[in-house]
Design a protein around this ligand. Structure first.
Ligand code: 6R9
Length: 664
């Protein structure tokens, strides 16, 4: 497929007044990039030196046992020290670190719950929380702590507290169900869970602690639960001897508690984050300490150009990797001031985000294409009610941004005078890999592209055999050299790590995305080449949804695919074969929807459930997903047949026609 066929604006460059002076031509950029790759270790070491290490590294990169690469071997550091202690020793001591806004508003639409924490406040809270974890609950280096929390300051505080004492965090998105939570606690063998009584979402109370209780019925490794009272509900079920309110547990901790940050090896795991892959249950992606810190620090500077007078806002949830890297670690490594918001973008009305940008004078915004498309639908009148002229950089992440959404945001949020890119990366890469970098050299922008790879990242687009494809041709995205933020293994399953990422094209990292490289070397990521779906930027595996459906007593077989959606990017679509004698009623459809909400979480709810009598399969029994997709989208069969190699064209056609009849 050529770029022209995809109708991508190949040569449409965008310049604006603000950035023209810092825009460089692509050729010069590539020369700089080439030098970074040729001197990879020295390049990354020069950035790592800007951080503070308790002990310097002996080797930048240990590549003796690929793909188990080790970064900054011998070096010792602590993320909590870098994010708070380092700043309280400077003038930033009483600089605002966090501006937090809860969802509720008063009659005039003004937020009623706000908190502002300086770096010194944060330092004190992190120390007290670290003391609580260590002294009251015996948490020590290497222990896993699961955090199932809303977007409140105590989430980053608890993460830094854990990292301070060398514990490994396992954050589970608060929209996931009890089953999903239990799986993640069990796989990580967490000793402690930190949660909250609940939080506000679109004007309603979401109760979290009950979900934890349900999960713990199946998760015996947990000894204690700490419950932060975000709402102050007075009917939170507490299990004697196991569950403790955060404020009570903290009551015994002195106000001036100080916990010496552990000297952690650069290779010490800082966090596990579970994410969906091609098959099987979610994988626990493991990241180190030193490499991750260096990657995040570098990208904060290059991509977000963060300065001391910036007000930064990343709208993601900390339950996903974007929040880990670019809410919790990144801005605080930089000593920046950031905004954090608890609730829904359209509460009480569709200008909440724009009100927040205006209220705090946000200068750098990191958001998602799905949010932008939602706001497009609400209309331009909502951003127009507010002064957004403080914005100087906008980036999006999570899925490809369509040029129309780019243009809408560039005009209505950026007033055509911002640097605006689409940063490509994934949970596995730990930080941004392909992006415009206004903090370094901005190459001309093109609506919808990811831009060239950042310096220090050797990225390519290859064909089936691993050979680079010519410009304009679709292929697979790979990263050819190790880089600091990369994942280190899959928790408890190193073989799966090798198999999933390093075996498709031996020796290079396989991302699982389709991409096109254009004449300028800009990368355009098109979407997943596997069974991962991105619903409103949230990563889900078809397998998780299928096993959820099959766990329902009426379901014999199920296949789930993602199909394009104008707002959410993709939505899941389910084809369900019911057990003999079960009738496919609307009632049952409703029940299955609810079942998925309960077992995976509300974000996974299918857009459509089709009852069919059988699923089209190849001779070896693989579900023909592309065929399902063609049926679901009403697309012609087209090239579908060639892709299922073991099935004849005739067979595929027949299956397609039969299925079409059933779902129409
Ligand atoms: C950070 C994050 C990773 C997958 C990735 C790709 C898609 C992310 C993108 C993008 C096009 C972008 N993706 N950013 N596609 N342009 N700017 O989203 O991590 O949840 O692990 O998802 O998201 O398909 O492979 P994660």
């Amino acid at each position: 497929m050529s770029l022209e066929e995809k109708n991508l604006p190949f040569d449409e460059y965008v310049y604006n007044d603000k950035w023209r002076s810092r825009t460089i031509d692509v050729k010069t950029y590539w020369e700089y990039h080439k030098r970074s790759i040729e001197n990879l270790e020295e390049f990354w070491a020069s950035i790592a030196r800007e951080l503070e290490w308790f002990r310097p590294w002996d080797r930048v990169l240990d590549a003796s046992n690929p793909p188990f690469y080790k970064w900054f071997v011998g070096g010792e550091l602590n993320l909590s020290y870098l994010a708070v202690d380092r700043h309280v020793k400077t003038w930033r001591k009483n600089k605002l670190a966090l501006i937090w806004e809860g969802e509720p508003v008063d009659q005039a639409g003004y937020p009623t719950d706000r908190r502002k924490l300086t770096y010194y406040d944060l330092w004190r809270e992190v120390n007290r929380a670290a003391c609580m974890l260590h002294c009251n609950f015996g948490i020590k280096k290497g222990d896993r702590v699961t955090l199932y929390m809303p977007m409140i300051p105590e989430l980053p505080i608890a993460m830094y507290a854990a990292w301070r004492i060398g514990a490994i965090t396992n954050v589970v998105f608060s929209g996931f169900s009890a089953d999903a939570l239990a799986d993640r606690i069990n796989d990580s063998q967490s000793r402690l869970v930190i949660t909250a009584d609940g939080f506000w979402r679109r004007g309603k109370v979401v109760r979290l602690k009950e979900v934890v209780d349900k999960a713990l019925e199946k998760a015996p490794s947990v000894e204690n639960v700490i419950v932060y009272r975000r709402l102050g509900l007075n009917d939170v079920p507490m299990t004697e001897g196991r569950d403790w309110f955060w404020d009570r547990a903290m009551a015994g901790v002195p106000h001036n508690a100080y916990v010496e940050p552990e000297r952690l090896e650069s290779t010490h795991p800082s966090y596990i984050l579970y994410t969906s892959g091609t098959t099987g249950k979610p994988k626990g992606i493991v990241h180190d300490t030193g490499g991750w810190a260096v990657h995040i620090y570098a990208t904060m500077k290059w991509v977000f150009d963060l300065k001391d007078d910036d007000i930064y806002w990343c709208t993601a949830d900390i339950g996903w990797v974007t929040g880990h890297s670019y809410i919790v670690l990144g801005p605080m490594l930089m000593g920046a001031t950031e905004v954090m918001y608890e609730g829904a973008p359209d509460f009480p009305q569709p200008d909440r985000w724009w009100a927040i940008i205006e209220r705090y004078g946000v200068t750098v915004l990191y958001t998602s294409p799905t949010a932008i498309r939602t706001f497009m639908r609400f209309g331009e009148e909502w951003p127009r009610k507010h002064d957004l002229s403080t914005l100087r950089i906008i980036h999006s992440v999570g899925e490809p941004i369509n040029p129309e959404a780019w243009r809408w945001a560039y005009r209505n949020l950026g007033y055509q005078n911002v640097a605006f890119g689409s940063t490509w990366w994934m949970t596995e890469t730990g930080g941004i890999v392909i992006s415009h970098a206004p903090g370094l050299y901005l190459v001309p922008m093109k609506p919808g592209t990811n831009g060239p790879p950042l310096p220090g990242f050797e990225v390519d687009v290859v064909d089936e055999n691993g050979n680079p494809v010519p410009p304009g041709v679709k292929g697979y995205l790979v990263i050819k050299k190790p880089y600091p933020g990369m994942l280190h293994t899959i928790w408890g399953d190193p073989e799966r790590y090798v198999k999933t990422f390093w075996s498709r094209f031996p020796g290079v990292f396989y991302a699982g995305d389709y991409a096109i490289k254009d004449r300028d070397g800009y990368i355009w990521v098109l979407g997943r080449a596997d069974e991962v779906i991105k619903v409103a930027g949230h990563r889900l595996g078809t397998y998780e949804l299928e096993s959820a459906l099959i766990s329902h007593p009426t379901v014999a077989e199920a296949a789930v695919i993602g199909i394009p959606d104008p707002i959410k990017g993709e939505v899941p679509m389910a084809f369900v074969v019911l057990k003999q004698g079960v009738a496919g009623t609307d009632e049952l459809r409703k029940e299955l929807r609810q079942h998925i909400r309960n077992t995976v979480g509300p974000i996974a709810e299918p857009g459509q459930i089709y009852f069919v009598t059988k699923l089209p399969k190849t001779r070896s029994g693989k579900i023909m997903r592309r065929l399902l997709r063609a049926v679901a989208t009403g697309a012609p069969l087209g090239d579908v047949t060639t892709l299922e190699d073991e099935t004849s064209v005739e067979e595929a056609k027949k299956a397609y026609e039969e299925l079409k009849k059933e779902v129409s």
